[in-house]
Design a protein around this ligand. Structure first.
Ligand code: FPP
Length: 265
């Protein structure tokens, strides 16, 4: 599978990779499925939570690199609706980690003018976590240059169903006619309203699934799968993913740019 290959040779330096990037074609929006924390820890004989902790350190490095490269929006799958089926002890540790992360990053978001934008069924989070999530979202909501969307207790199908339900209520109450429903209106009912669709979706750890993430939004997103476990997905790995993305031609269902230039008008 071509997407599993590492783009250039493994022995290039950071600055060489940086030089290879085309600054004109940096993705605006990158979505990430940060998979493999548990396996990273198990491979080292450590408890799974150590993998999640190391995963947070990778996240910080990846977000800093995104900032440096000019990626404006990053959306991360921090906790899926299905993750509630994990052992209660692991859920509790993940929630504690999320709380710790937000306490720590709060000032970083303010200082770097990053909008923290949570999506998902936030009402299912423990009260202390949900209060903090709402507070940080509120105090950063006016920032427009950079957004960190964090999917928490999130599922793509649930998001679509929720949108359909709210559309149906609007039709029932007479504020909307069924004939007005088109793609652009539907998008406004999704949790990601206001964000452009991701240009690139990265999933680590060798799994090649979407796992109910941003189902509507990734219709034309470029997918990048790597065997690297999330805690090892650092600055260089991100640059390789972007380089791979830049080699692709995005056609959005149209014919190739070069072919269309050759064809008679
Ligand atoms: C998958 O690893 C990752 C998660 C379930 C959540 C990702 C969480 C973090 C990076 C840390 C917490 C995030 C925040 C924002 C606090 P896995 O446990 O499924 O790994 P495995 O497939 O190897 O078991």
């Amino acid at each position: 599978m071509s997407n599993l290959q590492v783009v250039p040779s493994d022995h290039v330096t950071d600055s060489e990779l940086f030089r290879q990037l085309d600054p004109q074609r940096i993705p605006v929006h990158i979505a990430m499925i940060m998979d493999g924390n548990g396996r990273w820890a198990e491979l080292r004989g450590l408890p799974r939570i150590s993998g999640h902790r190391e995963g947070l350190s990778a996240l910080r490095e990846v977000l800093d690199t995104c900032h440096q490269l000019g990626v404006r929006i990053v959306t991360i799958y921090a906790f899926s609706s299905e993750n509630w089926n994990r052992p209660p002890h692991e859920i509790e540790l993940l929630m504690n980690l999320l709380e710790e992360y937000l306490q720590r990053e709060r000032s970083h978001f303010l200082e770097h003018r990053i909008r923290f934008f949570p999506i998902g069924q936030l009402e299912k989070l423990p009260a202390s976590v949900s209060t903090l999530v709402h507070e940080v979202a509120e105090e950063t909501r006016h920032f427009t240059e950079r957004t960190l969307t964090v999917a928490l207790s999130y599922g793509g199908r649930a998001e679509i169903l929720d949108a359909i339900q709210r559309l149906a209520y609007d039709v029932e109450s007479g504020t909307l006619r069924p004939s007005q429903i088109d793609e652009s209106l539907f998008t406004r009912y999704l949790a990601t309203d206001g964000l452009p669709d991701p240009d690139l979706l990265i999933r680590t750890s060798g799994e090649t699934r979407i796992s109910n993430f941003l189902l509507w939004q990734i219709a034309y997103t470029e997918l990048y799968f790597t065997k690297t476990l999330w805690p090892d997905f650092r600055r260089q790995e991100l640059m390789r993913a972007i380089l791979d993305y830049q080699r692709r031609e995005r056609r959005f269902g149209r014919v190739s740019h070069s072919l269309s230039r050759q064809s008679p008008s």
